[in-house]
Write a protein that binds this ligand. Structure first.
Ligand code: GDP
Ligand code: ZN
Length: 306
């Protein structure tokens, strides 16, 4: 039997089968690498449902774990929505690392600016101007105002329609508030209760997939930091859209855009046509990328790089 993973918590999974029925399951063995959005094959073992295989993923959002391994966060998604707000203050370097991961995974990027009713929203918008220039989609929303006036959700709904979107962002930016507003299907709320009953605590839910009309949303826990999976990053651009556009002008095909002579990327920064803070972000990610590769076994490094 095939099914889709719609919630993960502890060692448990909640699946939805082809008929739309939800059922509890557990992974076979010790695999922790099953995530929301995964399509899986499962068997009945006595009264239990056991996931025996994960079907090949069309896409995945992955991160580097504390042990420097690449691990999935969500699967079979088409869009990454990064939620930011004036408060807590956004970390644009984390934003850039998420954008890099999305670019390299072939996902659409949506920057959701929540709490737009706050006076500090204008400052946040100014800060995000370089992303408009790069033609990333931005959507202003106030979960607080939309709670009273659901019509205010329409631009966000339109940006999510037809996509399976994973919501990421710092804790406190309003991800759960937005997800709650977007999800009005009582069946989804029942799933919340089920997850809560089994584990006793709601906080143990690692991730959830919601059907919201024309959109599918995967909610992930708040993260203060994020490192993309280094296996997924394009080595020459690290997923920086403007670097990709400029790199053809570099003298060296394997230019890393740091100290190399005749680097079109550095030249663009000096001329002010590439945003200097984005370039600083690129340099930081480059250092992180190199450091993380150094922690991999020599054989793996050699296979990847030369
Ligand atoms: P999460 O940690 O990203 O899931 O954030 P929550 O949805 O739990 O929201 C964090 C806090 O921000 C809560 O106190 C919310 O009431 C508040 N919040 C969420 N959306 C808005 C908004 O649009 N405006 C304001 N002022 N506060 C909001
Ligand atoms: Zn270069």
């Amino acid at each position: 039997m095939n099914a889709e993973v719609i919630a993960t918590f502890g060692r448990h999974l909640l699946l939805r089968d082809a008929a739309g029925e939800t059922l509890m399951a557990r992974p076979q063995g010790r695999s922790h690498d099953i995530v929301c959005g995964d399509r899986v094959r499962c068997d009945r073992v006595g009264s239990e449902t056991v996931v025996v295989a994960v079907l090949p993923r069309a896409t995945a959002l992955r991160r580097t774990s504390l042990r420097a391994r690449s691990e999935p966060m969500a699967a079979n998604l088409t869009q990454l929505a990064i939620v930011v707000a004036p408060l807590p203050a956004p970390d644009l370097f984390v934003l850039d690392r998420f954008i890099s991961a999305a670019e390299c995974a072939g996902l659409a990027v949506l920057i959701v600016c929540n709490k737009s009713e706050l006076p500090e929203h204008a400052g946040l918008r100014a800060l995000l101007q370089p992303y408009r220039v790069l033609e990333y989609a931005l959507c202003d929303i106030s979960a607080a105002q939309a709670a009273a006036d659901p019509a205010l959700l329409e631009p966000l709904r339109a940006a999510l329609a037809g996509h399976t979107t994973v919501f990421v962002g710092q804790s406190g930016v309003g991800k759960s508030s937005l997800t709650r507003l977007l999800t009005d299907d009582p069946a989804e709320i029942a799933i919340g209760a089920l997850v809560k009953d089994e584990e006793g605590r709601h906080t143990t839910t690692a991730s959830r997939l919601y059907e919201c009309g024309a959109a599918r949303i995967i909610d992930s826990p708040g993260v203060r930091d994020y490192a993309p999976a280094i296996d997924d990053l394009a080595p020459s651009t690290l997923g920086f859209r403007e670097v990709a556009a400029l790199a053809a002008g570099c003298r060296f095909l394997d230019c890393r855009h740091l100290q190399e002579p005749h680097c079109a990327v550095r030249a663009a920064v000096e001329q002010g046509t590439m945003d200097a803070r984005r370039y600083e972000s690129y340099r930081r990610l480059r250092r992180l990328y190199d450091r993380l590769w150094e922690r991999r076994p020599a054989a793996e490094r050699a296979a990847r790089r030369r």
